[in-house]
Design a protein around this ligand. Structure first.
Ligand code: SF4
Length: 353
């Protein structure tokens, strides 16, 4: 496979490049890589090491992203490479996110964009999701696959930490339809202490995606002792209402010990419930709890009359009570859901392979 050049970079002279894909804006001298480890200054060029190098493929229900208000129940062909521009010590996907191309090379499969789109269609998927590791850092590949997918009638979904520059979004947002943006905290100190990044660019990028017409849902993994401060959660909810709108679905997700956070207890369910109450008090209309299968906050309720409109268990829809025009059958309230309920094809099995 020939070298693929990084498309968003600035030549600073003296053989040094600056990458413009994410707000780290790494200055990369000859022989070095940026923070994500995926962009290398090699032979006077900035090269994307991960182009087409796929670590994981899954045929997932869209609820798993999680996207609850976007073409509900459809299957999405999910792909990932390796690496990340964040350093979260609780990362649930750390074997692929906190490694390098070299260390993971045995597990990588090369896939041209044409093959990704062809496979997605053959499994009856309606979209392609760029997920599991941070998709922004293999930007050029995502753009190429997404462009082709769009041409072939598929939608595109980003599952992202939101650390993207305006330059990257200018290109990406032409092809991406929806994004789940994972906010790690609502406090700069958490971003600087644990993640080695900044919150403000994440908020900016989320607003930019929304402004450019993407369907947006927010995930917030509540980690005891890190980001479980209720004042911060309240501030975040106010921010969502003011800047993204009260219809923006918000997913509070339960933490389980992982990676370097093996000594931290799982999030108490009462904390997740309290966060949901705060979100509702602040005016967020659709708030969910993730990673607690069977919890009542997995369901969608009408914000006007309280009727249960969609019942879920894990990634399954058990009950669909909305009218075809996405209104509540009880009070007629319009429910902001993009697309329609989809009956997926029977053949594919869920899972990562
Ligand atoms: S994508 Fe971000 S972390 Fe990676 S090289 Fe570019 S600026 Fe640095």
């Amino acid at each position: 496979m020939p070298e693929v050049l990084a498309r968003l970079c600035k030549d600073l002279g003296n053989g040094t490049f600056q990458c413009l894909v994410c707000p780290h804006r790494c200055v990369i001298p000859p022989g070095a890589t940026g923070i994500c480890g995926m962009r290398e200054n090699r032979g006077g060029k900035l090269v994307l090491l991960s182009y087409g190098k796929v670590s994981s493929i899954g045929i997932d229900p869209v609820m798993k992203k999680p996207l609850y208000h976007f073409w509900p129940n459809h299957l999405t062909y999910s792909i990932a490479s390796v690496g990340c521009n964040f350093r979260c010590p609780w990362c649930q996907n750390w074997p692929i996110s906190q490694t390098t191309i070299k260390n993971y090379s045995w597990h990588l499969r090369h896939m041209d964009p044409e093959l990704v789109v062809e496979e997605a269609k053959s499994y009856g998927c309606m979209s392609i999701s760029y997920t599991y590791n941070e998709p922004i850092i293999w930007f050029e590949y995502v753009v190429d696959v997404a462009k082709l997918a769009k041409r072939e009638g598929l939608m595109n979904i980003l599952v992202t930490n939101g650390y993207a520059t305006d330059e990257a979004l200018d290109e990406l947002c032409k092809y991406i339809d929806a994004a789940n943006v994972d906010w790690k905290a609502f406090r700069e100190e958490v971003y600087s202490k644990y993640i080695k990044a900044r919150l403000e660019p994440v908020l900016h990028a989320t607003k930019e995606m929304k402004r450019r017409g993407l369907h947006i849902e927010i995930t917030y993994l509540i980690i005891p002792t890190v980001n479980d401060n209720f004042d911060d959660i309240r501030k975040m909810c106010k921010y969502i209402v003011d800047e993204l709108g009260p219809d923006t679905p918000l997913h509070f997700s339960r933490f389980y010990p992982e990676y370097r956070f093996l000594d931290v207890e799982p999030t108490p369910v009462q904390v997740l419930e309290k966060a949901c109450e705060i979100a509702r008090e602040e005016g967020i209309k659709f708030v969910y709890i993730g990673n607690v299968p069977g919890h009542r906050y997995e369901h969608t309720y009408c914000p006007e009359c309280g009727k249960r409109l969609i019942a879920r268990f894990g990634f399954e829809i058990l009950e669909w009570n909305l009218r075809e025009d996405m209104t509540c059958p009880e009070c007629g309230a319009k429910i902001p859901i993009v697309g329609r309920y989809v009956v997926p094809p029977k053949r594919p099995l869920y899972g990562v392979f």
